[in-house]
Design a protein around this ligand. Structure first.
Ligand SMILES: Nc1ncnc2c1ncn2[C@@H]1O[C@H](COP(=O)(O)OS(=O)(=O)O)[C@@H](OP(=O)(O)O)[C@H]1O
Ligand SMILES: Nc1ncnc2c1ncn2[C@@H]1O[C@H](COP(=O)(O)OP(=O)(O)O)[C@@H](O)[C@H]1O
Length: 199
């Protein structure tokens, strides 16, 4: 809910549509969601690198990085995760308005939070990418040794251990990161972007 009153929305002189025409490509958010260690960052960065190589305006919003700055006041309670995702959704919307293909790599464990973000966008602009990977495999990878800490009780409310993860019911794309290589996952996502005439 907004705390401010007496504020007026200003229409910008240059619109999203103007930027898309100049860029010669569309803009959207690829909203990656999945367990810690499922591969969100790895695949989002690989997609962004390939977009960049092809001359497409791209940007990655990554969980750990945003939590160092914009969202450094937030922790991992359910309330804080919801606020984390709400802010990222608003930032992603600005990037889409700017004509960018933005990738976001947040666990975003709650279905209602992701649906709320979806509602900020036009239909084709929000692409939910479920990076599906069994908990056992994420725990085996454990790139930051956080599962080990959570199992030892040194981290509380860890997603998949003592905090829930609600898998998407109808994601636009499901990437099975336990079965596909990173390269094949990138290929799957590019195929979608091309089919939808975004790039
Ligand atoms: N308690 C707890 N639960 C889950 N994750 C934790 C926790 N504490 C720290 N971390 C590290 O923070 C990263 C997840 O941050 P997110 O902003 O993506 O989380 S959320 O979307 O708000 O749930 C997550 O990064 P990824 O591994 O990239 O997903 C972890 O490195
Ligand atoms: N097919 C794959 N897709 C993505 N990551 C993979 C894959 N196979 C192995 N990995 C490894 O799994 C780890 C995933 O970590 P990361 O991308 O940080 O996940 P997340 O951002 O979801 O926490 C990395 O060490 C990555 O090299």
């Amino acid at each position: 809910m907004s705390k401010s009153t007496n504020i007026t929305w200003h229409d910008a002189a240059i619109t999203k549509s103007d930027r898309r025409i100049q860029n010669r490509h569309g803009s959207c958010v690829l909203w990656f969601t999945g367990l810690s260690g499922s591969g969100k960052s790895t695949i989002a960065n690989a997609v962004s690198s390939e977009l960049h190589r092809r001359g497409i305006n791209e940007y990655v919003l990554d969980g750990d990085n945003i939590r160092h700055g914009l969202n450094r006041d937030l922790g991992f309670s359910d309330y804080d995760r919801t606020e984390n995702i709400r802010r990222i959704g608003e930032v992603a919307k600005l990037f889409v308005d700017n004509g960018t293909v933005v990738t976001t790599a947040f666990i975003s464990p709650f279905r209602s939070d992701r649906d709320q973000i979806r509602s900020l966008f036009e239909k084709e602009e929000f692409i939910e990418v479920y990076v599906e990977c069994p908990l056992e495999e994420c725990e085996r990878r454990d790139p930051k040794q956080l599962y080990a800490k959570a199992r030892r009780g040194e981290i509380k409310d860890f997603t998949g251990i003592d905090s829930p993860y609600q898998a998407p019911e109808r994601p636009e794309i499901t990437v099975r990161s336990d079965l596909l290589t990173v390269k094949d996952a990138v290929g799957q996502i590019f195929q979608y972007l091309q089919e939808k005439n975004i790039i």
